[in-house]
Design a binder for this molecule. Sequence first.
Ligand code: ADP
Length: 274
Amino acid sequence: VVTPVPVPTAFGGTDTCMLMTFHDQTPIRRVEEMRADFVANASHELRTPLAALSGFIDTLQGPAKDDAKARERFLGIMHIQATRMARLIDDLLSLSRVELSAHVRPDTQIDITPIIRQVGDSLELLANERGVKIEMELPDGPEMVAGDREELLRVFENLIENALKYGASGERVVVSLVHASTTEGVSEIRVSVRDFGPGIAPEHLPRLTERFYRVDVGDSRAQGGTGLGLSLVKHILNRHRGRLLIESVPKQGATFTAAFPLPKALSQNAAPAA
Ligand code: ADP
């Protein structure tokens, strides 16, 4: 930005100097680029099921008009595509809602063990379909964190559902809760979801929480995935002052851990563990 500035001269008059100010636009550009990327990705993801839907509508109005069998089959596929679009829109809305409220920390103390058990129960059907057993290793007593119930449900739903979808060959998924300390001495409650499936190659690990990032897009789509789940989990945990830890050994499985800092009063009494 160039601004003319009047400057007094040695002879009592004034002169005009030009003041040049430089603003580093890089961070603003980066945010703009990220936003443009996100819109492009979201549009692409919505366009895919939409294209399938219009294709089937054309077929149903034209060549398959009088074919009852084909109509039945196509309507089934159209239903799957419409469900996929609805899920994508739900995830996009949840993500934007969590981002908008990122600065508001949930302050209600809630017991997370019933929330985890509720998610386990609601996914029992999917687990049975996959031939996987969900094992809960949770303490009997309450485990309090400052949190938002609905958002915590989303966190555990995403993590356990992913373990069932992508780690199914492992036959069991273990959900456990432990108390632990960070290297800085912060006491945490850590809820881990461990599967014994194919795991994830190390090069993918740092990118898993990026929006729309998937190790295998075809596999994710086939499982009804949107590529937004882990991004949502990360944002929810950040809002809870928590963090998401991901570990995996290829061919041995993956462990996703949601870590929550203990409330101060509790952390003074808690014995640091591993
Ligand atoms: P999606 O909707 O595709 O499931 P997520 O954001 O939840 O999106 O996960 C991103 C990707 O991370 C998935 O597409 C999958 O490739 C990988 N992933 C997530 N959980 C696991 C897991 N337990 N085992 C192996 N891969 C996983």
